[in-house]
Design a protein around this ligand. Structure first.
Ligand code: F6R
Length: 250
């Protein structure tokens, strides 16, 4: 696992966009694994800028997202499909038919999870998987649990996650209680993983990535088994890291 520490969100967005751009240029028909949430927003803005100003071409790219709230359709402003359209896809020359997000409005979420897993297995591995991290260490919506769940599945969100995501809804009551998420198997299948973490709230979660143990009570720790993980964070999120890690990461 490689840590990169940067001074501000602009630098993080730029570095993350460089890594995604590399994947797009090297594999113009490849797969990108994408995330929602505040962490990748700057990166998506920078990718849109590069598309507009530098002709970065997404016309043959396929994307696959991590997760979606159960019960929200693509028109709901807090659905992850809406987020992706609004923050990225609507501004690129990507074919929306080649952008995949689980269907939150599926009548049978369990069946949708199975279909999504089949899709992941049918596609070639993502060249790069962009990830955020929850304050509780979740990746996608793989919440702290007794075991890791490998395939795509329906998950009941933890109180931490509902509280943390309530900022986007009128009240915590409106936050969906369940989500469909890619499991850790789908995430680890990517050839490279880029985890973006900013702000004080992510300190503990980032520190756990540096420490040795892999525990399902902190799902992101499973990333330690992957050979190519880049953790891109700001100084606030990196504050608890060992001095040696920080020196290597600067
Ligand atoms: C989003 C996702 C979540 C977020 C995480 C961090 O698709 O899967 O795991 O990455 O909750 O969210 P932010 O970036 O808003 O702090």
């Amino acid at each position: 696992m490689k840590f990169i520490i940067q001074d501000n969100k602009e630098q993080i967005a730029y570095t993350a966009a460089d890594l995604v751009e590399d994947a797009v240029r090297q594999h113009p028909t490849g797969i990108l694994g994408l995330a929602t949430g505040s962490s990748p927003v700057g990166t998506y803005k920078e990718l849109i800028r590069r598309h507009r100003k530098e002709g970065l071409d997404f016309s043959r790219i396929t994307t696959i997202n991590l997760d979606e709230y159960v019960g929200l359709d693509e028109f709901h402003e807090q659905s992850y499909r809406h987020f992706m359209n609004h923050n990225l896809f609507d501004h690129l020359n990507i074919n929306k038919k080649n952008t995949y997000v689980p269907r939150g409005d599926a009548l049978n979420p369990e069946e949708e999870a199975r279909h999504y897993e089949e899709l992941i297995r049918r596609l070639e591995p993502a060249r790069i998987q962009v990830l955020g991290i929850g304050v509780n260490g979740h990746i996608g919506f793989n919440e702290p649990a007794e075991d890791f769940t490998v395939p795509t599945h329906v998950v009941t969100l933890t109180r931490d996650t509902i509280e943390s995501n309530a900022r986007f809804f009128d009240s915590p009551m409106d936050v969906p209680k369940q989500a469909i998420t890619m499991g850790v198997g789908g995430i680890l299948r990517a050839q490279r993983i880029l985890l973006i973490a900013t702000g004080e709230g992510k300190q503990q979660a980032v520190k756990a990535l540096e420490d040795g143990r892999i525990l399902p009570s902190n799902p992101s720790t499973i990333l330690k088994v992957h050979p190519d993980v880049i953790v891109l964070c700001d100084r606030a999120a990196a504050a608890l890291l060992d001095e040696r890690t920080v020196r290597q990461a600067e």
